[in-house]
Write a protein that binds this ligand. Structure first.
Ligand SMILES: C[S@@+](CC[C@H](N)C(=O)[O-])C[C@H]1O[C@@H](n2cnc3c(N)ncnc32)[C@H](O)[C@@H]1O
Length: 286
């Protein structure tokens, strides 16, 4: 049993706060602070973490919010520890976005330094990069909201990663629909020829400027001469799986890859969790 499993989370306190947060931006600020006070005072830090389902992750999954959002709430309570300081914050900032980007100051959660890339080479590379969405004339606040969840990287930074792929290997790269062209370029820069893709069709419809997104593409590229998967192990090109916490990808994607390449050495880039049988690399919020 991990330390946090002994914690008794007070859902009767947290769930109504979450309702208020989702229902009203104005009342939601105070509710976020109260939520943050609970995390600050009741939920020990430093238990769980990578490869371990920690308390924040469990709360995030239960209430359908991101872990990063919960970290910001806790930082909010730490930075403004009293009712008086909260009142000052509410008078100074217009929105939650404003509080995160200006109000949390130096205490915004930092991202841990990524470890060096693992030693050796891998026949399967699986990557879900932190794409930066920039628009001509600067980033819009709405798009910058991605960065409330994790730091992002430019296309050039992503393309420059020296991916430890074997001479004969395959790459599975998540492309968001607005970044399809860039994702194909990254695949090429990493030394893979685009072959085909899988589509993840989600249970719920999201946002979008032209169409409301309900799918994401997992591009497949090949380097060298890796044999194609055995016919019996080729999955359907469509995965139907529910949307999970912010930007988390479905287990079915890993399962498809494991079935296609059961014996290959596999590396996940930009991983948030470790998966048995895989090497993983990525920076997670500290
Ligand atoms: C799109 S998310 C990956 C989500 C993951 N596939 C999942 O299912 O949970 C991108 C990840 O890249 C990480 N990241 C951001 N900048 C990074 C960097 N410079 N080096 C390594 N990882 C980074 C982020 O912290 C974030 O966890």
């Amino acid at each position: 049993m991990t330390d946090y499993e002994q914690l008794v989370i007070d859902w009767a306190f947290l769930a109504p706060l979450e309702e208020t947060i989702k229902g009203s931006e104005t009342k939601g600020l105070r509710a976020r602070w109260e939520f943050g006070c609970y995390l600050r005072d009741e939920v020990p830090r430093g238990v769980g973490g990578r490869g371990n389902v920690g308390p924040l992750r469990a709360i995030a999954a239960e209430l359908n919010v991101s872990e990063q959002e919960l970290r910001y709430r806790r930082q909010f309570a730490i930075r403004y520890p009293t009712e008086e300081k909260l009142a000052n914050a509410l008078a100074s900032f217009e929105s939650w976005f404003d509080i995160i980007s200006r109000g949390l100051g130096k205490e915004r959660p930092q991202i841990s330094e990524p470890e060096p890339l693992p030693e050796g080479v891998f026949e399967v590379i699986y990557a879900d990069p932190p794409w930066l969405y920039e628009q001509p004339g600067g980033r819009t606040p709405q798009l910058r909201a991605v960065e409330l969840h994790y730091p992002t990287m430019s296309d050039e930074e992503i393309a420059a990663i020296e991916v430890p792929a074997a001479d004969d290997s395959v790459c599975f790269l998540w492309a968001t629909n607005p970044k399809l062209r860039e994702a194909l370029d990254v695949l090429g820069a990493w030394g893979f020829d685009y072959r085909t893709n899988l589509a993840w069709v989600k249970d719920k419809i999201g946002m979008g400027y032209y169409v409301r997104g309900q799918h994401e593409l997992l591009l497949i590229g090949r380097r060298g001469d890796l044999p194609v998967p055995h016919e019996a192990n080729r999955p359907a090109s469509v995965i139907h799986a529910p949307r999970a916490q912010h930007s988390a990808k479905p287990d079915a994607a890993y399962e498809a890859i494991e079935r296609m390449y059961p014996d290959a050495r596999k590396l996940e880039l930009f991983a948030r969790e470790m998966r048995p049988g895989w090497a993983s690399w990525g920076a997670v919020a500290a």
